[in-house]
Design a binder for this molecule. Structure first.
Ligand code: 5GP
Ligand code: MN
Length: 336
């Protein structure tokens, strides 16, 4: 274990630091990682951001994106950085299985591990923890870590603010989920004062689609959306063949599940996609319906109550059948 004062005194001299985040990083994963990165390099540390996999093209504009190392593409280099690090920051995840093979590399490292996360049920692998499931984003916790714990708000630069704003915006549904409290709005305002251009960030993330992506969305909505009124549930299923036909790349499928949830009366939405190695499920729900419980219990996954994910080794058809059969168990809650 590491106390805050021990961590502060470590950070008072230049350290070799690794920042990592979850598989297929999203806006919060990259925003919180590059936000912390911008802060730490400004303080004179030697820092590497290592992601377990690639991530969406609409996040490639983030400040210092070109410094990111993708583990699957540079394994040797990544492992060397982990071996040399004295501190490893783990952002937006709390079990080492969420970062695939990189998880065991990090478990084996003797560096102090700092978890900054907002997911349920953290695994006990860390030495210092900023963990709050009520935080709307890991980026919110990075803000609080820098401003309140390290008392270094004076160092809030435009780059840090831009990255943290991106994380908060993407994980809070553009400041509209219940997790976007008045305090989150205050943090947002502070980040705008520090130079985050909120209108530009929104445009770069959400109005940056390729033509393919938009046509694929049209296909999903016209041909693939299935509404099960008896369960207030909507499902969109996508085959590997369709992904190929539309030339789908990382990031193109993100957010499509929200369209299914936007149908009136729908309490649970599922986006079920046939990836090369397995079938992946993305669930969204409204109110107190526990999407994460379904993912944890039946699909080896987890997440938040209203946004969760999991995977299946069965075929796409069998996974969809399994998902539909589970709905009976939740019928009363779905119809409330
Ligand atoms: P998404 O549907 O956007 O992939 O993920 C939604 C939420 O569920 C995110 O908070 C993410 O961290 C979590 N999640 C997605 N897939 C998995 C998974 O396979 N395992 C766990 N534990 N959480 C997941
Ligand atoms: Mn997050």
């Amino acid at each position: 274990m590491l106390s805050l004062s021990e961590l502060k005194s470590l950070l008072a001299t230049p350290q070799k630091i690794v920042i990592t985040t979850h598989h297929k990083p999203d806006g919060d994963a990259m925003g919180s990682s590059l936000g912390l990165y911008a802060y730490l390099i400004q303080k004179g540390h030697h820092v590497k951001v290592i992601t377990p996999t690639d991530y969406p093209y609409f996040l490639h504009w983030l400040p210092n994106n070109s410094d990111v190392i993708i583990y699957t593409e540079q394994k040797e280099q990544s492992e060397l950085h982990v071996a040399e690090a004295s501190l490893i920051f783990c952002l937006d995840f709390n079990t080492l299985s969420r970062i695939n093979e990189l998880g065991e590399v990090i478990r084996g490292s003797e560096a102090y591990k700092i978890m900054i996360d907002h997911h349920l049920e953290p695994e006990d692998f860390d030495d210092y923890r900023c963990w709050n499931i009520n935080a709307c984003a890991a980026a919110q916790l990075v803000y609080e870590f820098i401003v309140h714990e390290l008392e270094d708000g004076a160092f809030m630069s435009k780059d840090i603010a831009t990255c943290l704003y991106t994380g908060i915006m993407t994980d809070s549904g553009s400041f509209r989920f219940p997790s976007a409290t008045s305090e989150v709005y205050r943090i947002g305002a502070d980040l705008i004062d520090a130079g985050a251009e909120h209108w530009r960030i929104h445009q770069l993330v959400y109005d940056n689609a390729t033509e393919n992506r938009l046509r694929f969305l049209g296909h999903c909505l016209t041909n693939k959306l299935e509404i099960l009124r008896e369960f207030n549930t909507a499902i969109i299923t996508v085959t590997a063949e369709e992904l190929k036909k539309y030339n789908i790349v990382t990031g193109d499928t993100e957010g499509i599940v929200n369209y299914a949830l936007s149908v009136n009366g729908i309490r649970l939405a599922a986006f079920i996609i046939e990836r090369t190695d397995r079938v992946k499920l993305s669930l969204r729900s409204t109110g107190d319906f526990p999407a994460n419980e379904i993912c944890k219990k039946y699909f080896n996954g987890g997440g938040h109550r209203n946004a969760a994910g999991g995977a299946s080794d069965e075929s796409l058809t069998d996974t969809v059948e399994k998902f539909k059969s589970i709905l009976t168990e939740y019928k009363t809650q779905l119809l409330q």
